[in-house]
Design a protein around this ligand. Structure first.
Ligand code: PHE
Length: 471
């Protein structure tokens, strides 16, 4: 019983409390906050989206996030860092490790397409530096640039995309991710997040200030109209189950809940480390970045240029297509454009790292592979996957499809499994006791009941109803 855990044996563990919070926040704050959130909100009627969104945050997101922190630290204290190990600690049954498979599959598959978008961000940042993206005030020009960049048009040949640069950008992004992952939890992930998150906040605040002070466009639309599109509630959409599925999908995606990511990160905590306040702090940081920065930059700015068609851009298209128009119009737009896409790139790396670590932990634990071998194996698998996506996907199609199936549907299923595991297998009384260790305040009792009864029921209902109605 006194044996060192596998993680401790190889010296794996967080360096500091603020470090782990920033690492989880780094996982949470990503393209989801700045691209996916505005895209989802726009597609689901703007203001109509925000009510299900906040309800989902309170009754699903935060409770499940706590459940993951608690289960992760608990599994870690028993010597497990991978989801199959942690699930088996909580429910010692041979099915447990199979139920944990989505917790490996989801981050891995999301990584495969996420890293491609990450590379776009790097490419866009670079294109602002070189001035290639200063295309003047013709909105068409940016759409064309984007299509050429991602290979959406007729001429989608892989090697021609991004002016021949896309492949390199993807390779650079991959290598950077794997260097950091190879350095490990504290020396790689934590060190990077501690620098990247403050840097992101500064860049985003500068861009936000600029966007909110934009002059009206030619037709007299002001930035206030854009804000209104996002923030005026429209209660009609509440009757649509798909809006609720989209809202809970966005909450999960954004908080990195239901991915097997938080459960892995928190397994590197020490037994007496607080989970309640840390979980809440990381989630609050995420919401600040999403609602205050992402929500106030992309949609209002895009609305100025696209008007009511902001909803037709696909999940990830908005930030790439619409914002460059805004940068073109503003003084020193080249600098702001660079800042924005560089910020996106940082946000994306701190997230993609967290998609790799769960799988690394699984290779280390399940196959007893040392870190270099785990990292190489994962590098190979994910490179094949990304290559496949790049090759077959011209433009956004594959990304949007994956995003719907994995990013919206499969994570709801994993969240369901986790809530049952926490509420019924670990049990809310034990859960509360474990959570209280090292915590300054307990998880509210109401949240425990939500996790046991409400969350699983709600998730089953949304899955059933939206599956029936939309598919
Ligand atoms: N939460 C991240 C974002 O908002 C995405 C993410 C998904 C991170 C899955 C980790 C795991 O972009």
């Amino acid at each position: 019983v006194n044996e060192a855990t596998p993680a401790q044996k190889i010296g794996e563990g967080w360096g500091s409390r603020i470090g782990v919070i920033l690492a989880v926040a780094g996982s949470a704050v990503g393209l989801g906050n700045f691209l996916r959130f505005p895209g989802q909100a726009a597609q689901n009627g703007g203001g109509a989206f925000m009510i299900p969104y906040f309800i989902s945050l309170l009754v699903l997101g935060i409770p499940l996030c706590w459940a993951e922190w608690v289960m992760g630290r608990h599994g870690g204290s028993r010597g497990f860092n991978s989801a199959p190990g942690i699930f088996s600690v909580i429910w010692p049954h041979r099915l447990s490790k199979y139920l944990a498979m989505p917790a490996l599959l989801i981050p891995l598959v999301i990584y495969m397409y996420y890293v491609v978008i990450e590379a776009w961000c790097l490419g866009y940042a670079w294109s602002y530096l070189t001035g290639d993206l200063m295309l003047g005030s013709d909105p068409q020009a940016y759409g064309a640039f984007f299509d050429k960049f991602v290979g959406a048009g007729e001429d989608g040949a892989l090697l021609k995309r991004g002016g021949g640069n896309l492949m390199w950008l993807v390779v650079i992004t991959f290598v950077l991710n794997f260097i950091l992952i190879y350095r490990g939890v504290a020396r790689g992930i934590e060190t990077f997040c501690k620098v990247a998150i403050p840097a992101m906040a500064i860049c985003a605040l500068i861009v936000l200030t600029r966007v909110l002070t934009l002059p009206p466009d030619d037709s007299g639309r002001t930035i206030l109209d854009g804000l209104g599109f996002m923030w005026n509630p429209d209660f009609k959409a509440l009757a649509k189950p798909s809006t609720w599925l989209a809202a809970s999908g966005q909450i999960f995606f954004s908080l990195s809940v239901g991915f097997g990511v938080i459960i892995n990160y928190s397994s590197y905590l020490k037994r007496k480390d607080d989970v309640v306040l840390s979980g809440l702090t990381a989630s609050s940081m995420n919401e600040f970045f999403e609602v205050c920065l992402g929500g106030l930059i992309t949609i209002p700015a895009a609305f100025l240029f696209l008007g009511a068609t902001v909803g037709d851009q696909g999940t990830f298209g908005l930030g790439f297509n619409a914002l460059p128009n805004v940068f073109a119009e503003m003084p020193a737009g080249r600098f702001f454009g660079f800042l924005w896409f560089f910020m996106l790139f940082l946000a994306a790396i701190t997230s993609s790292l967290s998609m790799l670590q769960p799988v690394i932990a699984f290779f280390e634990e399940g196959f007893d592979l040392p870190r270099p071998a785990s990292a190489s194996l994962l590098g190979l698998i994910s490179a094949l996957g990304s290559g496949f996506i790049l090759y077959f996907s011209k433009g956004m199609v594959a990304l949007d499809t994956f995003d719907f199936w994995i990013g919206t549907t499969l994570i709801v299923i994993l969240a369901l499994i986790q809530s049952i595991l926490y509420g019924w297998k670990l049990g809310i009384d034990r859960g509360a006791k474990i959570a209280a260790e090292g915590a300054k305040f307990p998880i509210p009792r109401l949240v425990q009941y939500l996790l046991k009864y409400f969350v699983p029921t709600y998730l089953i209902v949304i899955l059933a109803v939206s599956g029936y109605k939309d598919l």
